[in-house]
Design a protein around this ligand. Structure first.
Ligand SMILES: Cc1cc2nc3c(=O)[nH]c(=O)nc-3n(C[C@H](O)[C@H](O)[C@H](O)COP(=O)(O)OP(=O)(O)OC[C@H]3O[C@@H](n4cnc5c(N)ncnc54)[C@H](O)[C@@H]3O)c2cc1C
Ligand SMILES: *[C@@H]1O[C@H](CO)[C@@H](O)[C@H](O)[C@H]1NC(C)=O
Length: 654
């Protein structure tokens, strides 16, 4: 009976996700899941949402995304602390669990649907010439919408952070925190205990499903002289199968990893549909003492005894800081906000990774991940019963490569391009166009002839951009989205790196390994670049400004730095300069974006930030830490173990 109601609720939830064109398979899939794998729809596992809030908590965390989920877990490990997590969105759904369907979450109600201002430098093929900034508005944040790629970055990234004046953030210091979260499910990698760990909350696994194109990518890499490496190990340069934050074939979001197992802790309140409008700061004492929020149509105030922690992401966190009077003074005055602390760096230094979309390669065999061919009852049954099959594919992303263009120093092992190599591409499903916001004219002209044919894609992503964007307030209304300026490709070096990345991606199709599949570049000239001689640097420079894809790695808008840096917003303990009782802990504190996808580093930042808070407030940290660690062991060894004294409940492992 419970199953039936959950299924129908889930079907309803599925139907409310915007833009799904092939709905017919979804009820079948859900029925199969319910029948064969009741746990997946365990009604206890989803709904938790604190109805009435207390007046005061020890800690208030704003934003339940990748970082906020970790913080809520780690801080509530301390029995004596009452912790409140405030999240603007609701729960993830059965659809958001399915790796193949992640593109259907873009523009759904789980997405803030941000769009930066139109600019000439990039995204010219998009509607209104505006890029798309998908961002999670849901418990688990962007980790509920992402493609789950598990990439830690390069050790030099963290050593560089440290060299900027951030002691304690070097690679040797952060590696233990990457490992602390991790439950590595690949037994071969798990044996490398220098870099990997088992038993953590965050499950990391290989994809259960790959096409023959994936194997060919790896062969092509070897042919081009690259090694097959563990990109999260000693050497980043090379080719590898991607690893994913997945658990038994479904998404392991930060909420699933870090919040569900502790949802019954009595000292943790998770409040959904709670839109924070302001942090309350005592103007005299310059101390944060609470937050203001809107929930179910009414305004509420909650007080923080110890600290307010801002984890609303790289758009939300600077926005909330500015709304609360912390930001560039002149700008705040312009929009009518009372300045509490002039912090010129808030919202500045915005970094993102962009890739060139639309590099499509045709193949001669029916081996690509064509969504229409793939999504059927058999696939649904495999997803539900054997936890594999095409629905467990992350939209075809199979192989990763870190390569050096002529702009990088190859002996340094600090590559400047990441290839995301995909057994599907733009014409493989109509939702790709919608998610990326590409105009119909562009799409039809360039891809009209090859829709639904066998193709693969390589998305060259520029790793260390020199262009910097920014965010500022549109008004003092907390519900207005801020004005966002991406400034992509405004630094000439960025154009060079991305152009060379495109050439390198095309070179892959010339290898024997890819030629065996009949690989050929879909060379249709782009509408806006037709006037330029094909395949010249000028042509490619035009090309990369058309189908420019944000990889949604918005970051660095509240950068961490030493007190001597006027643009630093937080100190190396992640405390906001000028205000007491307030930290920022999320992707916005990165001084420079990491060399890879940024979910794992964001989770690392939150693990490290949690320990900093404990160190600040718990003098006997050493003893307590050991205790907590022991109790967490139950999570792995005895799945149904409940340790009441610690108030830690180990969830049934899925
Ligand atoms: C489509 C997509 C694909 C991606 N793919 C990958 C990938 O494959 N691998 C990878 O490593 N990274 C990927 N990323 C990036 C990665 O997921 C994010 O960088 C990371 O999740 C950011 O974590 P965060 O905690 O900083 O912010 P978020 O996870 O975005 O969390 C911020 C939270 O704060 C909430 N919030 C914001 N404002 C308020 C407010 N006023 N009141 C209350 N709550 C608020 C939001 O709703 C959200 O839940 C992807 C991102 C997207 C969007
Ligand atoms: C490349 O890096 C190596 C190692 O750091 C260094 O010794 C060398 O001088 C660098 N080369 C160039 C051209 O910068």
């Amino acid at each position: 009976m419970g199953v039936v109601t959950t299924v129908s609720a889930a079907v309803k939830a599925a139907l409310t996700i915007g833009g799904i064109s092939k709905l017919s398979f979804i009820p079948v899939m859900l029925a199969a899941m319910a029948y064969f794998n009741y746990e997946l729809l365990d009604p206890e596992s989803r709904p938790f949402n604190q109805k009435t809030l207390k007046e005061e908590y020890d800690f208030i965390i704003i934003g339940g995304g990748s970082a906020g989920s970790v913080l809520a877990n780690r801080l509530s490990e301390v029995e004596g602390w009452n912790v409140l997590l405030l999240e603007a969105g609701g729960h993830e759904t059965d659809i958001s669990d399915v790796p193949l369907l992640s593109l259907y979450l873009h523009k759904s109600k789980l997405d803030w649907k941000y769009r930066p201002q139109p600019q000439d430098s990039a995204c010219q093929a998009m509607i209104d010439k505006r890029c798309i900034w998908t961002k999670g508005k849901v418990l688990g944040g962007s980790s509920v919408l992402n493609t789950m790629l598990y990439v830690r970055g390069n050790k030099r990234d963290f050593d560089q952070w440290e060299s900027f004046g951030n002691p304690g953030w070097g690679y040797k210091d952060v590696l233990p925190y990457f490992k602390k979260s991790q439950d590595q499910r690949n037994p071969y990698l798990a044996r490398n205990t220098k870099h990997h760990a088992t038993g953590g909350y965050l499950t990391v696994q290989d994809s259960p499903f790959n096409t023959p194109i994936g194997a060919s990518f790896l062969q092509a890499g070897e042919e081009m002289g690259y090694e097959i490496v563990d990109i999260n190990g000693d050497q980043q340069t090379g080719y590898a199968w991607f690893q994913f934050t997945m658990r038994r074939g479904t998404r392991c979001s930060a909420a699933k990893a870090f919040l569900r197992p502790v949802r019954l802790r009595r000292n943790l309140h998770v409040a959904l549909f709670s839109h924070v409008t302001k942090i309350l700061i005592d103007k005299e004492k310059k101390r944060a003492y609470g937050v203001e929020l809107m929930r179910y149509g009414s305004k509420q105030v909650v007080y923080a005894k110890r600290e307010v922690i801002l984890s609303a992401g790289a758009v939300g966190s600077p926005q909330i800081l500015m709304l609360s009077g912390v930001g560039p003074a002149q700008h705040l005055q312009e929009v009518g906000i009372d300045v509490i602390h002039d912090s010129p760096g808030v919202g500045k230094n915005l970094q993102d990774h962009i890739a060139v979309g639309g590099l499509v390669f045709r193949v001669d065999y029916p081996i690509s991940l064509l969504f229409q061919r793939t999504i059927n009852i058999n696939a649904a049954l495999r997803y539900a019963i054997t936890e594999d099959g095409p629905l467990t594919s992350n939209i075809g992303l199979e192989v990763v490569a870190f390569i050096n263009t002529k702009y990088a120093n190859a002996t340094e092992d600090w590559p400047d391009i990441e290839f995301m190599m995909d057994s599907a591409s733009i014409p493989s499903d109509v939702q790709v166009k919608r998610a990326h916001g590409v105009t119909d004219e562009f799409y039809n002209e360039v891809y009209g002839d090859i829709i639904g044919t066998d193709v693969y894609g390589i998305f060259p992503m520029m790793l260390r951009p020199k262009s910097r964007g920014f965010i500022k307030l549109r008004s003092n209304n907390p519900f207005d989205y801020p004005l966002m300026y991406h400034n992509y490709l405004t630094h000439p070096d960025d154009v060079g790196v991305l152009r060379e990345g495109v050439k390198a991606a095309i070179a892959v199709s010339e290898t024997k390994a890819m030629k065996r599949l009949g690989a050929r570049f879909h060379s249709k000239p782009l509408p806006n670049c037709k006037h330029l001689p094909l395949y010249t640097d000028e042509y490619w420079d035009c090309y990369i400004r058309q189908y420019t894809m944000s990889i949604y790695h918005l970051s660095c808008t509240n950068k961490m730095g030493p007190a001597s840096d006027p643009m630093a917003v937080v100190d190396p303990q992640l405390r906001v300069y000028g205000i007491e009782g307030l930290r920022v802990i999320d992707a916005s504190i990165m001084p420079a974006v990491t060399n890879g996808n940024i979910n794992a580093p964001t989770i690392m930042i939150a693990e490290k930030g949690s320990d900093m808070i404990k160190e600040a407030w718990l003098p006997k940290i050493k003893r307590r830490k050991r205790k907590t660690k022991r109790s967490l062991k139950c999570n792995m060894s005895n799945p149904l173990f409940v340790k009441k004294s610690q108030n830690i409940i180990c969830s049934k492992e899925r």
